[in-house]
Ligand binder design. Structure first.
Ligand code: CTP
Length: 388
């Protein structure tokens, strides 16, 4: 692995001294390490200790280059700093950096077991995890106060190993062109009205962000997103099924195509040019089929291209249809998403999906769309390596 720029954030707690060892391991692995201690952490360990180990000064303000780092490791993560991160507070250099940083974050909580067990803390930890922050530990063991319970920081070696594997992912899709479609199409009925769907584009945006994070050159064909497009990706607006078809097929030679957009299957055959005035009569609209983009990409695909489709459907029958789609659209993988449930899918933050491929099926636990996106790209990377 090539050298990486790693920020080591240290918050208050007795485990702060263990972050010295973590810093040493990262430096020894050849990384450029910048320590960032909170004022509380400095009560436990002197910044000079870290500066000596990292051979680098600790920044006393948020310098722009900090946010260009490849990884932010926060160890230990105290209950207090965890709470601040969950809320997006920025009252010291570490919390400011964390708020401005959009790369991968690894955090190792360490605190008194009662504090870790508290619902407030659990909620904060879950908030971070849902945002895609990777948490490691805490472990069960003796605490500084002589209590036994879960709250002890994971060992520096373990945190180091996890950091290394996150850094490896950074280069996982290096040099590959990844095309993602996201959002929901709008098919005009007249000059102001359209037929649309509830897709927010969040799943596709999460996929684009994650692919970018792993080094890919990402194009996002964006159909009316209601979430912001991630930074660093090439955004191509596409409102209708026709637009999505045109923009996607124009880039159909990408190495990986992830078709997360909810593309209309039908559109009004003759949309009215002006706004249709109300006249008390019925308004009959004839719908005609649109191009099935996924099928087209599947038919034209070249050797080595990896094609992933999504299937929003309901129940067991839907899962069966997903299997049929896999074959009919010549995809490598269909990500099935049961939209009969209110708490997942479409415009919600969560998904519970099943990977359907020629090799079988794998159900993932309910998770945030960011976490599902990471799992999908793990699967993509595995298949590109020939392990699928
Ligand atoms: N899709 C597409 N073009 C369309 C419709 C869908 O590319 N005109 C893609 C979606 O992006 C998704 C996949 O096809 O990746 C599955 O879409 P879905 O609507 O679930 O399946 P359909 O093929 O439309 O089948 P049906 O509606 O009959 O379930």
């Amino acid at each position: 692995m090539s050298m990486a720029r790693v920020l080591v954030g240290v918050s208050g707690g007795i485990a702060a001294y263990k972050a010295c060892e973590l810093t040493r391991l990262l430096v020894r692995a050849g990384h450029e390490v910048t320590p960032i201690l909170t004022p509380e952490a400095e009560r436990f360990v002197a910044a000079q200790t870290f500066e000596a180990l990292a051979r680098r000064e600790m920044p006393r303000e948020l310098f722009p280059h900090l946010v260009e780092a490849d990884l932010l490791v926060i160890a230990p993560l105290s209950a207090n700093t965890l709470g601040k991160l969950a809320q997006g507070l920025a009252d010291n250099v570490l919390t400011q950096t964390a708020l401005a940083f959009d790369g991968p974050v690894l955090a190792a909580p360490a605190m008194n077991p009662r504090m870790w067990a508290h619902r407030a803390t659990r909620g904060n930890a879950e908030t971070l995890a849902r945002r895609g922050v990777e948490l490691i530990g805490p472990e069960e063991g003796d605490t500084a106060e002589g209590e036994v319970g879960v709250g002890r920081m994971s060992e520096p070696e373990e945190i180091f190993e996890r950091a290394q594997s996150l850094l490896e992912k950074r280069e996982q899709l290096d040099g590959l062109r990844v095309l993602v479609t996201a959002g929901g199409t709008r098919e005009p009925l007249d000059a102001v009205r359209f037929l649309g769907n509830r897709s927010s584009g969040r799943m596709g945006a999460a996929l684009a962000a994650e692919a970018r994070r792993r080094g890919a050159e990402v194009t996002l064909v964006a159909a009316n997103l209601s979430v912001p497009a991630p930074v660093g990706v090439n955004v191509v607006p596409a409102s209708t099924a026709d637009d999505v078809a045109r923009e996607t097929l124009a880039r159909g030679d990408a190495d990986v195509v992830l078709m997360a957009a909810a593309v209309a299957d039908y559109r009004p055959a003759e949309p009215e040019q002006a706004k249709r005035p109300k006249d008390g009569n019925d308004w009959t609209v004839t719908l005609e089929p649109t191009t099935d983009v996924l099928r087209e990409v599947g038919e034209r695909r070249t050797n080595g291209q990896l094609l992933v489709g999504f299937a929003a459907d309901t129940g067991e029958r839907g899962l069966e249809r997903a299997r049929e789609k896999l074959a009919a659209k010549r995809a490598d993988l269909i990500v099935f998403n049961d939209v009969s449930r209110e708490d997942i899918g479409f415009d919600s933050a969560d998904n519970e999906v099943v990977f359907v491929s020629g090799e079988g099926e794998r159900r993932l636990e309910k998770a945030s769309k960011e976490q599902i996106a990471a799992a999908i790209l793990d699967e993509v990377a595995e298949r590109l390596r020939g392990g699928g």
